[in-house]
Ligand binder design. Structure first.
Ligand SMILES: [Zn+2]
Length: 398
């Protein structure tokens, strides 16, 4: 234990038993032969068959009732502002609504909707540090929001990135949403960011709102950000040959978003599959957006890519969990010892034509969410947003 770990008076032990299908989030082994998960103090301790595990002394026991357990979903691309409010559609409680869509972790691609967003360098640094602090301390419904993602502006120097990293900033906002709109400057700043452990994402495609501009494949390739943000446009996509070129010529993450061009998203998926690089595909919503907030956006992406892109449902789930965690160096997204104990329980939606959960997703239906756990604690039970799950887990001892 490190010297600054929080001192706890008593440890909590969560036992989830009677799991019908364990979706690991790991593309190498998307389905595990296991019916039980044990977590201690919010961290996964063991995964396996109940008879082989030490389940004694649980402080919370959940009977999964034969439903599927998956890692809490990750939204790789959101634009939070402050608290659980967005000015984009003047909506309250949007993050909590996404929790009801199974999302337990969000990554900010920039707090760019902030009214009066400062564009001078001291101002943008102050805003990023404020957002990082505020969302670190405030978790709507339990959702972890990695916010504080500064947008690159002309005039930033290496020392700015050192200072931001030292203050706790871990992600850049989308390159291209600020005044840096050329690959040479973008690459220089992204390289500084990387040197100090700050990850980068680039806006890809046409302008998203008045004032933003086109970022084509040449700028994306030259800038070489860690994540090719909304490779399917946000919403206006690049021409097909440019999307294929990005898949072929860059090794970086290919982010497909809900608020993008669906046909282009399927093209990126198919190209990644042909290249045998599905591990690069990660999912986001890019919400709040002009078309609103989609609380079920990540689940809708999983169903869309699985049903129209001919990807097994358990593989599509990996794109919303383990792939993103690996590409973004997050300690969630996988059901494995040592990972954050954040989970979503899924089951076939009532009256789905699918013969089981995975088949229903492959047929394009949404799964029903029966419970969400964040850091080892029950955040919600039956979702108010998904179609009703046929079976739901039950807390048998809390
Ligand atoms: Zn964008």
């Amino acid at each position: 234990m490190s010297h600054d770990a929080p001192v706890k008076s008593a440890s909590s032990k969560l036992v989830i038993r009677n799991i019908g299908l364990l979706l690991s989030g790991d593309l190498e082994h998307p389905i595990l032969e296991a019916d039980t998960v044990v977590a201690i103090d919010g961290v996964i301790h063991a995964v396996g068959q109940e008879r082989d595990l030490d389940t004694a002394g649980a402080t919370t026991t959940i009977d999964a009732k034969g439903t599927a357990l998956a890692p809490g979903l990750i939204d790789s691309h959101v634009h939070p502002v402050c608290g659980d409010w967005t000015p984009r559609q003047n909506q309250l409680g949007w993050i909590d609504s996404c929790l009801h869509g199974g999302v337990t972790t969000m990554v900010s691609a920039g707090e760019v909707h902030t009214p009066g967003r400062p564009k001078d360098i001291v101002g943008l640094k102050a805003m990023a540090i404020f957002a990082q602090r505020a969302f670190h301390a405030f978790r709507p419904g339990g959702v972890k929001v990695y916010a504080g993602a500064p947008v690159l502006e002309q005039g930033m120097v290496e020392d700015d990135f050192r200072e931001l990293a030292a203050a706790g900033v871990k992600f850049l906002g989308e390159v291209g949403l600020g005044s840096v709109k050329d690959g040479t400057t973008g690459r220089r700043m992204v390289t500084w960011a990387r040197k100090y452990g700050i990850q980068s994402t680039i806006h890809t495609g046409g302008p998203s709102i008045p004032g933003s501009s086109l970022i084509d494949k040449d700028m994306v390739l030259e800038t070489d950000a860690d994540v090719i943000g909304h490779v399917n446009g946000g919403h206006t996509a690049l021409p097909d040959d440019q999307i294929v070129a990005l898949c072929e010529r860059s090794p970086r993450a290919l982010e497909i978003v809900h608020n993008g061009n669906e046909r282009a998203g399927l093209l990126a998926l198919r190209t990644a599959r042909e290249l045998k690089q599905l591990h690069r595909v990660i999912l986001g919503t890019d919400s709040p957006a002009g078309s609103g907030v989609q609380p079920l956006g990540i689940l809708r992406m999983v169903s869309m890519l699985s049903s129209l892109g001919d990807v097994p449902a358990e593989v599509a789930i990996c794109m919303a969990t383990g792939n993103t965690a690996k590409m973004r160096s997050l300690n969630c997204g996988l059901i494995a010892a040592g990972r954050e104990a954040s989970f979503v329980f899924l089951d076939t939606a009532q009256q789905s034509a699918g013969r089981d959960l995975l088949d229903s997703i492959q047929k394009g239906d949404l799964p029903g969410v029966g419970m969400v756990i964040t850091d080892g604690a029950v955040s919600i039970q039956r979702s108010r947003n998904t179609p009703p799950a046929t079976r739901v887990p039950e807390v048998v001892r809390a």
